[in-house]
Design a protein around this ligand. Structure first.
Ligand code: FAD
Length: 428
C-alpha cells in the first residue's frame, strides 16, 4: 500500500465565524456562505472515502489539513450525517478497559476539547462527568479494574460509593430498597456530551475549504479491483478511479467490504434511542447502567436523551419499536422514579456494525489500497476525530501509526483480540 504523489487541490477560505459577524449578518440580513459546495463528480481522485459520517469527513479534513492531500472525494449515498453520526446520543468518554482502547479514545477526547477552535465552529462540547453504575459485585470489580487501567494511562477515573453518586445526581434512587440497588459507580469527570450535527458540519466545512469534494446522493455500487489492487469505485453517478478507497460506512460496512471481496467479522444490529420533552436542567452527569441496559443525559435545551444496548437480533431496520420504549421506560424509572410523568417526544434507530471484541477494525485489508475504518458498534462517534487523524496518517504514510496498529483486521486471524465488552456494551 504505497501512496506516492497524492495531490493538493485549491480550496476556498471560508469566512471566520465571530460575534461581530453574527451581529452584522443579523443587521444586514445577508445570507451565510454555504458550509460546503456542490461539485461535478470527477473521473478520478487520489483518495475516495465512502461514507460521509464523522469518520469519513474527519479523515478527509485531516488528509487535507495535516498532509496537504486534498484531491479527495467523500461519497455518501444519502446526506452527510444521515447515518450513525446524526443519530447517536453524543456521549464522549475515554474510560475504556484495555490500555490500547484507553490511549486511543483519550487522544480523541484531546482533539474534541480543541475542536471548536480548530474548526472555527461551535461543536458545543459540554464536560459533564460520566457515571457507570454497578448493581452487583461483578460490575464493581470491572469498574475497579477499569479505574486502575485508566489511571495508568493518565485518564481521570475512580470508583465512588452511593453517597457520592447521590451528591452528583440527587434525583437518583440509591437506596437499598431499590429493585437493583446501586453499589457504586465508575466516575469519569472528563466525560460529556457534544452536538453531533455540529461536529459533522464543522468537519465538512473544514474539508471543503481545503479542496475536498463532498458528494451527497452518490451511492457506491461496486468496487473495482485488478491484480489484488483497488482501482476505483462504481457509483450511481458513474465510475470514479482512485488508487486508495477507504470504507467508512459503519452499519453498511460489510456490504462495501463484500464489493471488494474482503471478509470482515462484523454483524449489523439496530440501536435505538429516545428523547423527552424539555424540562428545567436537573441532571448534569451522564448516567449509564450496564445491568439495566439504559443510559440517560440531559441536553443543553433540557431534553432527556435515553439510550440502551443494541436490539437482540441482527437487522438493517431503522425503525423504533414499542417494546424498546416499554423496556427503556421501566428501567429509567427504576433509577429515577420521579421521572414518571415526563413525556417522550421522539424515538429513532441507527445501524451499528459489531465486532466480536467490541473494538474497531482500522487499516489495510488484503486488497492493496482498500482500507477500512469500521466496526464502530455503538461507540464510534467519540472516536471520530482520532480515527480521522489516524486514517489520514495511514493513507499519507502507507502504514498505520502505532496508536491504531492494534486494531488491524489481522488480529482476528492472529488471535490478538482487544476485549472491550466490559466497557462498551451499553456505555457507548
Ligand atoms: C442510537 C445510537 C446512539 C449512539 N450513541 C453513541 C454515543 O453516545 N457515543 C458514541 O461514541 N457513539 C454512539 N453511537 C455510535 C455512533 O453513532 C457510530 O459509531 C458513528 O456515528 C459511526 O460513524 P461513521 O462516520 O463511521 O458512520 P456513519 O455516520 O453511519 O456514516 C456512514 C455513512 O455511509 C453512508 N453509506 C452507506 N453505504 C453507502 C454506499 N453504498 N455508498 C455511499 N455511502 C454509503 C451512509 O449513508 C452514512 O451516511 C450511537 C449510534 C446510534 C445508532
Amino acid at each position: 500500500m504505497a501512496m506516492p504523489g497524492l495531490g493538493r487541490r485549491g480550496g476556498i477560505r471560508p469566512p471566520r465565524y465571530s460575534a461581530a459577524g453574527l451581529v452584522s449578518h443579523g443587521l444586514t440580513h445577508r445570507d451565510w456562505t454555504p458550509m460546503w459546495r456542490r461539485h461535478e463528480l470527477e473521473p478520478g481522485y487520489d483518495v475516495v472515502i465512502i461514507g460521509g459520517g464523522v469518520h469519513g469527513l474527519a479523515t478527509a479534513y485531516y488528509l487535507a489539513a495535516n498532509h496537504g492531500i486534498s484531491n479527495v472525494a467523500v461519497l455518501d449515498k444519502g446526506y452527510i450525517g444521515g447515518g450513525g453520526s446524526g443519530r447517536n446520543t453524543a456521549i464522549l468518554r475515554s474510560n475504556y478497559l484495555t490500555p490500547e482502547g484507553v490511549r486511543f479514545y483519550e487522544r480523541s477526547m484531546d482533539l474534541y476539547r480543541g475542536l471548536a477552535a480548530d474548526l472555527n465552529f461551535n461543536v458545543m462540547f459540554a464536560r459533564r462527568g460520566h457515571l457507570t453504575l454497578a448493581h452487583n459485585d461483578g460490575s464493581l470489580r470491572t469498574m475497579r479494574w477499569r479505574a486502575e487501567v485508566n489511571k495508568l494511562q493518565g485518564v481521570d477515573s475512580e470508583v465512588i460509593g452511593p453517597d457520592e453518586i447521590k451528591r452528583l445526581v440527587p434525583y437518583m434512587d440509591v437506596s437499598a430498597a431499590a429493585r437493583y440497588p446501586v453499589l457504586g459507580a465508575l466516575y469519569h469527570p472528563p466525560g460529556g456530551i457534544i452536538r453531533h450535527d455540529a461536529v459533522v458540519w464543522g468537519y465538512a466545512r473544514g474539508a471543503d475549504a481545503r479542496g475536498v469534494h463532498i458528494h451527497q446522493d452518490t451511492e457506491v455500487t461496486g468496487i473495482d479491483v485488478a491484480h489484488g489492487k483497488v482501482t476505483g469505485v462504481r457509483t450511481s453517478r458513474g465510475p470514479v478511479s482512485a488508487p486508495v478507497v477507504l470504507n467508512c460506512t459503519a452499519g453498511w460496512s460489510t456490504l462495501i467490504c463484500d464489493m471488494a471481496g474482503v471478509q470482515v467479522p462484523v454483524q449489523t444490529f439496530p440501536l435505538q434511542a429516545a428523547v423527552t420533552e424539555p424540562v428545567r436542567p436537573f441532571l448534569d452527569a451522564v448516567v449509564v447502567s450496564g445491568s439495566l441496559h439504559v443510559y440517560v443525559s440531559q441536553t443543553d435545551r433540557g431534553e432527556l436523551v435515553f439510550g440502551a444496548s443494541v436490539d437482540p437480533y441482527p437487522s438493517y431496520s431503522m425503525r423504533g419499536s414499542l417494546d424498546f420504549i416499554e423496556g427503556l421506560a421501566g428501567h429509567v424509572l427504576e433509577l429515577m422514579p420521579s421521572l414518571a410523568r415526563l413525556r417522550l417526544l421522539r424515538q429513532w434507530a441507527g445501524l451499528c456494525d459489531m465486532t466480536p471484541d467490541f473494538s474497531p477494525i482500522m487499516g489495510p485489508t488484503p486488497v492493496d489500497g482498500f482500507l477500512v475504518d469500521i466496526g464502530w458498534g455503538t461507540y464510534g462517534f467519540k472516536a471520530g476525530p482520532v480515527s480521522g487523524e489516524a486514517m489520514a496518517a495511514t493513507i499519507a504514510a502507507g502504514k498505520p501509526p502505532p496508536l491504531i496498529a492494534p486494531f488491524g483486521l489481522d488480529r482476528f486471524a492472529e488471535g490478538r483480540l482487544l476485549g472491550e465488552k466490559g466497557a462498551a456494551s451499553v456505555g457507548h
